[in-house]
Design a protein around this ligand. Structure first.
Ligand SMILES: Cc1cc2nc3c(=O)[nH]c(=O)nc-3n(C[C@H](O)[C@H](O)[C@H](O)COP(=O)(O)OP(=O)(O)OC[C@H]3O[C@@H](n4cnc5c(N)ncnc54)[C@H](O)[C@@H]3O)c2cc1C
Length: 390
């Protein structure tokens, strides 16, 4: 593939090259072994951490490199583009923004240098609950202030990377739903030390899933948190979470772009190499055109990813763009995944070609961190002014 870099990405060549070189040391055999064993890619995440990429967003004064979200998206894009799975490490990038933008100076001083040094990880975020689903305002996990502590009870589901994270951002209701003016008020976020919490009110049960994604059910039973665990002001947690979710959507959009380029590169190469009926299958327009179209879709979606990231970095409203970027990139990547598996014929299903693994990995992003319908309804209501449907 010749034109494999978008114009907007050119200014990030140094980051791109460095992350690409690191990722190249974790080849397809590594990811296949990890996937087969349903293991966490510790060696890969350690290498990213040691090279400083996992603390990219932490300001220099706290020991990080103070990069922008746009630059962080380039790091994540290179992970998926190399054939890896960024789901093991993207949490630290998007959770970081919650702490950076809403944490107190004491919290930043206490945690950021240790995260930058690789001594602590901030990979986990507990928002989703089994009964509330996407309607986050209906969460049932409650935190009640008792003196200098909060006592938390409830349940979370799909809390990812908890076993590989010393810190977790936890959303809980601190004012009952019937006592708030707006249903999005009265929720708060806490920074939980999982080393202290697991076994002392927090029980973790892994969920085996379609992707090799470390994710869990979490049961919270009288978990005591010091009052200083509260991030920002009590009752404003939903607002903070939304800002963090914009970062998450933009990072995942970039991961989808990386996946998309990987699928297109793989499909194009295979179509040149595979000879059937005496000629490369890529000589047939029935094979060429879908690959060309998938490439165009990725290129177009990538523009929205950069637009959203740029707005986020300028601290401008980016809810619509973050949602649109995530949606367009996830759709384009899924389109490219389908083209890639079709181009490979039967071999697309063989684990050794990596296509089926990446196919599963990229499919997730049409559902998580937010599903397609919810993005469509956001755009319909908030951008186009159509009546609220729920
Ligand atoms: C592998 C994995 C990892 C995850 N990691 C995390 C994590 O680390 N932390 C975390 O908090 N969460 C995590 N999640 C949860 C994820 O964000 C949710 O699964 C996702 O937001 C969808 O919520 P739900 O599963 O409750 O679906 P539901 O809300 O039950 O929705 C089910 C379907 O119905 C549709 N739907 C619902 N309401 C409407 C409506 N009004 N109009 C039209 N359609 C509607 C949805 O779009 C969806 O397609 C993860 C999920 C997965 C699968």
């Amino acid at each position: 593939m010749k034109a494999d870099e978008s114009h907007a990405a050119d200014s990030h060549a140094a980051i791109r090259d460095a992350v690409r070189a690191l990722c190249a040391t974790f080849d397809s055999a590594y990811w296949q072994k990890i996937d087969e064993a349903r293991a966490y890619p510790e060696a890969f995440v350690d290498a990213l951490t040691r090279a400083g990429w996992m603390s990219a967003l932490i300001p220099e004064e706290y020991g990080g490199s103070g990069l922008s979200l746009t630059e962080a998206t380039v790091i994540m894009e290179e992970v998926t583009r190399s054939g890896g799975n960024a789901g093991c490490c993207h949490g630290q990038m998007y959770n970081m923004n919650t702490l950076l933008r809403n944490g107190s100076p004491e919290q930043k001083r206490m945690y950021l240098p240790k995260i930058a040094a690789g001594e602590l990880r901030l990979q986990a975020m507990g928002v989703t609950e089994p009964t509330a689903g996407t309607d986050t305002t209906r969460i049932k996990t409650v935190a009640v202030r008792k003196g200098d502590r909060y006592v938390v009870n409830g349940q979370k589901v799909w809390t990812s990377r908890l076993q590989h994270s010393e810190l977790m951002i936890l959303l809980a209701r601190t004012t009952p739903l019937d006592k708030v003016k707006k249903k999005s008020d009265g929720m708060s976020i806490f920074l939980v030390d999982t080393r202290k919490a697991i076994g002392n009110g927090l029980t973790v049960k892994p969920i085996r899933n379609m992707v090799n994604h470390e994710t869990n059910e979490v049961f919270i039973d009288n978990l005591e948190l010091p009052a200083e665990s509260l991030i920002g002001e009590e009752g404003k947690g939903f607002r903070y979470i939304l800002d963090g979710l914009n970062a998450e959507r933009i990072l995942i959009a970039a991961e989808c772009v990386g996946d998309g380029y990987w699928f297109i590169g793989k499909a194009a190469q295979y179509s040149k190499d595979r000879v059937v009926f005496g000629r490369p299958i890529g000589q047939n327009q029935g094979i060429q055109f879908p690959i060309a179209e998938a490439y165009m879709e990725i290129e177009a979606a990538n523009l929205m990813r950069y637009k959203a990231a740029s707005l986020f970095d300028q601290e401008l409203h980016c809810g619509a763009e973050a949602n649109m970027a995530k949606h367009l990139c996830a759709k384009a990547s899924w389109g490219a995944a389908n083209v890639c598996i079709q181009t490979h014929g039967g071999f697309g299903f063989a684990a050794e070609y990596d296509v089926e693994r990446k196919f599963r990995e990229t499919r997730l992003y049409l559902v998580a961190p937010i599903s397609t319908n919810l993005i469509l309804s956001y755009v319909a209501e908030h951008v186009l002014g159509l009546p609220r449907s729920f």
